[in-house]
Write a protein that binds this ligand. Structure first.
Ligand SMILES: [Zn+2]
Length: 190
């Protein structure tokens, strides 16, 4: 059954990642995420009972970061799209940079600041690149301390690593990813 052809779609929204529908839907009321395949129909969604309607239901990990909950008017959305394409073209960045978690966190901070402090001229507010690079050593110390604290408080950690070489500058890189569950039993990746 196609999304939209059953009454249950008034309550659920198809989740999209990079504008491609994936096998998950989200309840627009309680933000609970369910698996959904077209071939399986909407039975699972009909059976869903909102956790917000049930007292003392433990909070579950939400996947709202993957949802498209657009509140912008179409013209504003189109303008945003144009500005993002201009950013990619003018600054010679890959299109994928706009999907990066760092870019999205930066955008969210700017949106939040706009709401909290009102409109302002970004050319006056954004720190200079030298200011940023000088702040890195302090951030490294802080991030390391934060990471040590998190990892020392978990019982089990799964480590994976990846290595590659920059063929142009002949620099070798290794990344290590740690996956663990925190006190709230939500999966963490760092
Ligand atoms: Zn619900």
């Amino acid at each position: 059954m196609l999304p939209g052809s059953s009454s249950v779609w008034k309550k659920f929204q198809q989740i999209r990642v990079d504008m491609v529908s994936v096998d998950f839907v989200i309840c627009t009321n309680c933000h609970h995420v369910l698996t959904y395949k077209k071939s399986d129909g909407t039975k699972g969604m009909h059976a869903h009972r909102c956790s917000s309607d049930q007292p003392n239901t433990p909070l579950q990990t939400r996947m709202t970061s993957f949802t498209v909950q657009r509140t912008l008017p179409p013209t504003a959305y189109d303008n945003l799209k144009t500005q993002m394409v201009k950013y990619v073209a003018c600054d010679l960045r890959p299109f994928s940079s706009v999907s990066g978690s760092g870019f999205q966190a930066l955008c969210q901070t700017l949106v939040d600041y706009g709401a909290k402090y009102g409109p302002s001229d970004v050319s006056c507010e954004l720190p200079q690149c030298t200011t940023l690079s000088r702040s890195v050593p302090d951030m490294v110390v802080k991030t390391k301390a934060d990471l040590c604290s998190k990892l020392s408080s978990c019982n089990h950690t799964a480590l994976t690593s990846d290595g590659w070489t920059d063929n142009f500058r002949k620099i070798a890189y290794v990344t290590v990813t740690a996956q663990y569950f925190d006190f709230q039993h939500s999966s963490q990746r760092t």
